[in-house]
Design a protein around this ligand. Structure first.
Ligand code: COA
Length: 566
């Protein structure tokens, strides 16, 4: 206790101060509360009554009914009449609304006319079948598969036809294309033409026929035929009209010179003259052309093209060719196409073409602005080429003319224009004879086509081929060709990927050395030289030295062993 009082005494001043402060604070609080107090209202009393409580909700949104049914028509269309109002009671089957049926009516009319059309086609087809004139797309393959072809001419590229030609089922007459029309008119090809079938894009009001991408011998066949069947192919664009120039020469002894002096001259009509009295059936069709793809342009083809371009440049330098060359003819197949495409990168301008088939390479030249004009008898593009043609037809039409084969392949015109003929060989021999048609001397590949028409009559006759085939097992240059399509008298220039042999003005023995040196594959060069030297010795350097028992031994060796190499 003593201690506590001691401490109180010690801090008494402090304690007094704290007590004082507490009193002041308590007094302040009471004063403050008294100052802010709310006065209490005087109470009132009322009678309790019942009533509506009004509440206004202000909002935006969609009011949806508690129960609803979705109604829609099976077809879409514009509403022309609504036959019920909101909240009407309706019954099943009741008409609620009316749609505008103008489009539907038009569709019905269209389907009805299509139906009538198909009925007509069906009737026509029945009649055509009865006379053996049924028109079939992919005619060759389809007919061959049905064993429907006994005799075939003059050029084909169909696998099935080829198989049947080479198995004795079809008799194939492989002839120069320029000869076909006249021989047919004279009845040499199995008698008179009874039925001519032609694909067209349109028939004029006078009954003349506007052909499609191919003219060939159609004009002449139509002239001779009793029955003309026109297949109007709506997949072929109408813009093809105007691309054709139809001129049929008179037959001897009334024939006159064909009045064509430049590749782009027009000498005939833009249609095949016919008349409705001759057209027996018109068959509508919308099947697109079934075209064949071309092999991609490989290094060998580029090399061949390069050798040719270099050669042409030399010829220009020596004044033997004009700067824009002479009208070019280019054959069928991948090699020929690649060679033409190669001219795109050449220095030549204002080129012109006088040929038979117009392949993709020509489109490349036109697109590159290198080709001023191309004359042919048909356009045979790859699937891609066909798309290109259709996409840019207005432009290509200005630069392409299609003529009857008798004109496109006319020896008279080839000679007059001084064509540069570039075709493909299957094989050639050391003396410059060319086989364009036969595999191992026996099996038909395609046919001579127009290559002979041009080869014999051109200003410059070029044959291209790879130096070897079948991975090197075959030399495309052999001691003696196994079939002769173009003789040493027709050929001037040979080109393989290895080089170019110019054999103009050379004798057979001189030719042989140039061809072996410039064109043959190194694997076969020593064998060819050995053959030549032994043949020269054995024949005492005869004009065309051959070892007859050995001349075709390279082919027999390939047939027996699978390679021409020893
Ligand atoms: N021996 C055997 N087979 C050979 C060969 C040879 N010396 N040279 C090529 N071949 C084969 C190829 O291996 C190929 O065989 P595959 O079909 O089994 O693959 C086939 O012959 C075609 O050869 P390819 O290199 O693809 O040739 P291509 O498409 O350039 O066509 C021709 C070449 C000769 C067949 C073709 O140009 C033709 O039919 N020419 C004759 C008609 C013509 O020239 N018309 C032009 C006037 S417009």
């Amino acid at each position: 206790m003593q201690v506590i009082w001691g401490k109180v005494r010690q801090y008494k001043t402090w304690i007094l101060s704290v007590v004082l402060l507490a009193l002041v604070a308590a007094g302040g609080t009471v004063y403050y509360q008294g100052k802010n107090a709310v006065p209490v209202a005087a109470g009132t009393t009322m009678t309790v009554v019942r009533g509506d409580i009004q509440s206004v909700v202000s909002a935006t949104g969609t009011i949806s009914a508690l129960n609803s049914v979705e109604i829609s028509s099976r077809v879409t269309g514009l509403l022309t009449d609504v036959k019920v109002k909101e909240n009407d009671m309706v019954k099943a089957g009741q008409v609620l609304a009316v749609l505008d049926d103008t489009t539907l009516k038009a569709q019905v009319a269209q389907y009805r006319s299509q139906l009538e059309n198909y009925a007509t086609i069906y009737e026509r087809s029945k009649k055509l079948a009865a006379i053996g004139g049924q028109s079939i797309q992919q005619l060759d393959g389809a007919l061959a598969q049905a064993n429907g072809v006994a005799r075939r001419l003059p050029y084909q590229t169909n696998d099935e036809i080829r198989k049947q030609i080479n198995s004795g089922k079809i008799q194939y007459i492989d002839m120069h294309l320029s000869h076909v029309a006249q021989q047919s008119r004279y009845g040499f090809l199995g008698g008179k033409v009874d039925v001519a079938i032609v694909e067209a894009v349109a028939i004029t009001e006078e009954g003349h026929i506007i052909p499609s991408t191919s003219l060939g011998n159609a004009a002449s066949f139509i002239q001779s035929a009793d029955i003309v069947i026109v297949e109007v192919n709506t997949s072929q664009p109408l813009e093809l009209e105007g691309m054709h120039d139809v001129y049929i020469p008179l037959d001897p002894p009334h024939r006159l010179p064909i009045p064509l002096v430049k590749a782009d001259d027009r000498i005939g009509t833009p249609y095949i003259p016919c008349g409705f009295d001759k057209i027996t059936y018109i068959v509508p069709c919308d099947l697109p052309d079934a075209v064949r793809p071309l092999a991609p342009i490989d290094e060998d083809a580029k090399a061949m093209s390069g050798h040719l371009i270099e050669f042409f440049q030399q010829e220009i330098k020596q004044g033997r060719l004009p700067k824009n060359l002479l009208p070019l003819q280019s054959g069928v197949g991948s090699v020929a196409n690649a060679v033409v495409s190669g001219l795109v990168d050449s220095p030549f301008e204002d080129l012109s073409v006088f040929t038979e088939v117009i392949q993709d390479g020509m489109f490349d030249l036109i697109d590159a602005g290198k080709l001023t004009f191309a004359s042919g008898t048909s356009i045979t593009p790859s699937p891609d080429g066909l798309k290109r043609l259709y996409a840019n037809l207005a432009e290509y039409r200005k630069k392409i003319i299609l003529r009857p084969q008798e004109i496109s392949n006319s020896p008279e015109i080839a000679r007059r224009l001084g064509v540069i003929a570039m075709n493909t060989a299957i094989e050639l021999d050391i003396y410059g004879h060319v086989n364009s048609t036969h595999i191992m001397g026996t099996k038909m590949m395609n046919g001579i086509g127009g290559s002979g028409d041009y080869a014999r009559n051109a200003y410059l006759t070029v044959f291209c081929t790879n130096s070897v085939a079948k991975g090197g097992a075959i030399s495309s240059i052999v001691p003696m060709v196994s079939h002769f399509d173009h003789t040493e008298h027709d050929t001037h220039i040979f080109v393989t990927e290895r080089g170019l042999a110019d054999v103009r003005g050379l004798s057979p023995k001189e030719r042989a050395r140039v061809i072996i040196d410039k064109c043959a594959h190194p694997d076969y060069q020593p064998m060819l030289l050995d053959y030549l030297e032994r043949a020269e010795k054995a024949t005492s350097f005869a004009h065309t030295p051959h070892l007859l028992e050995e001349a075709l031994s390279w082919h027999t060796r390939f047939v027996q062993t699978g390679t021409m190499k020893k």
